[in-house]
Design a protein around this ligand. Structure first.
Ligand SMILES: Cc1cc2nc3c(=O)[nH]c(=O)nc-3n(C[C@H](O)[C@H](O)[C@H](O)COP(=O)(O)OP(=O)(O)OC[C@H]3O[C@@H](n4cnc5c(N)ncnc54)[C@H](O)[C@@H]3O)c2cc1C
Length: 456
């Protein structure tokens, strides 16, 4: 393999533990598995130990008795899965519902949303059946209008969700939401959808790792795949300390996929940074200053959205897009920008101390929806990626869908909605991906402040 390349600075791929609120509040982590050493063999090898890889591994071993090994660059759950916002929300697509219906038709759009709702439920089912905590918080998800004109869109979204997908919704005027939700300079009404909730993402990742291990999966942390060859029907996955032979491989590296890993994936993925800050715990007086009442996770209606939630210990978690380089100094500028924006959205919390800052990579693609399937050129290679920053429900669901497909379960292929099936197309002039992203971000920022026409 001619060396791994990436769109961002190397520091984003440094597998030291991330200084996130989740890591710090988790305490001492149990090390799941051991580094791959020497030669080993398995039926299915999974590259990537996040929700996708761990859920696929768990289901393959538990439901089909298949011999599985997982290779992960860092400790298990090191990627986006162990450090996200913990919004168990939907949908995993950057298409509006109308755009999706125009492209795929109503039935396939409904099938996609059904899968999304199944994903929301699957997370809790797994936590219960496998006996681990996820610290569920709130009931449903909130979307908040960041400008007065956005309520019409939210109302249409609410009507569609109820009419087409059977989701219970409620909308609130700015005044009504100020009474039962919160007050802010960017609160002009809200939509509540009774689907999803907030959770602790690291507990979910490590819960899945522990369950997979108990069902016989071999977990190999600190085992980056740096070489990938075929020897007849076998895949040979090389790490710095060993080589794993496998009959089938699932690529589950999502936003942390490096170019040069495998030619089937080069130029198709668009990793994008997402950043999070958390405040120190807010006092009852500080919470009252914005009349904060809600436990549900919240996204606002900006294209370049802010996402936030009040953590159980009353810290505000506040997330936003990242910078375009991944260089540590640009990350520091991003952190300063986020602190400033937090203060503008919640002026009473302007000077509150920030306890944590961290960042990570989500995965977008030209498809604007997830990509699940079997490689066309090599039927022993499977993939699942591109959850468009919405992987808490989608990645565990996709991992299970891939386990069923790999195991050859009847109906497994048909159970993957058309919207999610198949790989994304390659970007033209793929070396310019970050520039495409920058151009899109400028356009979205401009639109966020004006909203001259509706998004659908
Ligand atoms: C800051 C942030 C906030 C987010 N907030 C939310 C949210 O609130 N709600 C939501 O639904 N989604 C959120 N997301 C997205 C969500 O976390 C992801 O979609 C989801 O975790 C993807 O899971 P995954 O297992 O596919 O990928 P990941 O968890 O990223 O795992 C991929 C793994 O592959 C490993 N890897 C890569 N290359 C190699 C290699 N060569 N060899 C071995 N291992 C390799 C990486 O180390 C990594 O651990 C957020 C993401 C970020 C970064």
């Amino acid at each position: 393999m001619a060396g791994l390349r990436s769109l961002y600075h190397e520091s984003l791929y440094d597998t030291a533990l991330v200084p996130s609120y989740w890591e710090e509040s988790y305490g001492a982590r149990q090390d799941h598995g051991t580094m791959l050493e020497g030669d080993a063999e398995c039926d299915v090898a999974i590259i990537g130990g996040g929700y996708t890889g761990l859920s696929a591994a768990l289901h393959l071993a538990r439901d089909f008795g298949i011999d599985v090994a997982v290779l992960e660059s860092g400790p298990m759950g090191w990627g986006a899965s162990g450090r996200n916002g913990g919004f168990n929300c939907l949908p995993a697509s950057k298409m509006t519902t109308n755009q999706m219906i125009r492209k795929y038709g109503l039935d396939d759009t409904k099938a996609f949303w059904r899968a999304q709702l199944d994903g929301v439920d699957l997370v809790e089912e797994l936590a219960q059946s496998e006996g681990f905590e996820i610290d569920r918080q709130g009931d449903g998800n909130l979307e908040v209008a960041h400008r007065p004109g956005m309520m019409a869109e939210l109302q249409e979204a609410a009507d569609q969700m109820t009419r087409l997908f059977g989701i219970e919704t409620r909308t609130f005027s700015a005044g009504a939401f100020a009474e039962i939700g919160y007050r802010s300079t960017e609160q002009f009404g809200a939509l509540h959808m009774k689907a999803g909730y907030a959770l602790n993402p690291l507990k979910l990742a490590l819960g899945l790792a522990g369950a997979a291990e108990r069902h016989g999966v071999r977990l190999h942390p600190h085992s980056t795949v740096t070489g990938w060859r075929k020897d007849g029907a076998w895949h040979l996955l090389e790490t710095a300390t060993g080589c794993l032979r496998a009959k089938r491989v699932l690529m589950a590296t999502n936003g942390f996929t490096r170019e040069g890993m495998h030619k089937s994936f080069d130029d198709r993925l668009l990793p994008v940074q997402s950043n999070i800050i958390t405040t120190r715990a807010l006092s009852p007086e500080e919470l009252a200053a914005h009349n904060w009442q809600v436990e549900e996770p919240i996204c606002n209606t900006r294209n370049m959205l802010f996402y936030f939630r009040m953590l159980k210990d009353r810290r505000l978690l506040f997330g936003a897009r990242g910078d375009w380089t991944g260089r540590p100094e640009d990350g520091r500028k991003m952190k300063a920008w986020m602190i400033k924006r937090l203060g503008e959205v919640f002026p009473h919390w302007r000077d509150v101390e920030i306890s944590h800052y961290w960042r990570g990579l989500v995965c977008m693609s030209q498809k604007l929806a997830p990509s699940l399937g079997r490689d066309e050129a090599d039927p022993s290679l499977f993939y699942s990626y591109g959850y468009h920053a919405n992987g808490v429900n989608t990645a565990p669901w996709s991992g299970r869908a891939m386990a069923r497909l790999i195991a050859g379960q009847e109906g497994a292929d048909a159970a993957i909605p058309a919207v999610m099936k198949g790989t994304a197309s390659r970007f033209p002039f793929a070396g310019l991906r970050i520039w495409y992203l920058r151009a899109a971000a400028s356009w979205y920022r401009w639109q966020d402040d004006r909203q001259l026409w509706p998004r659908n």
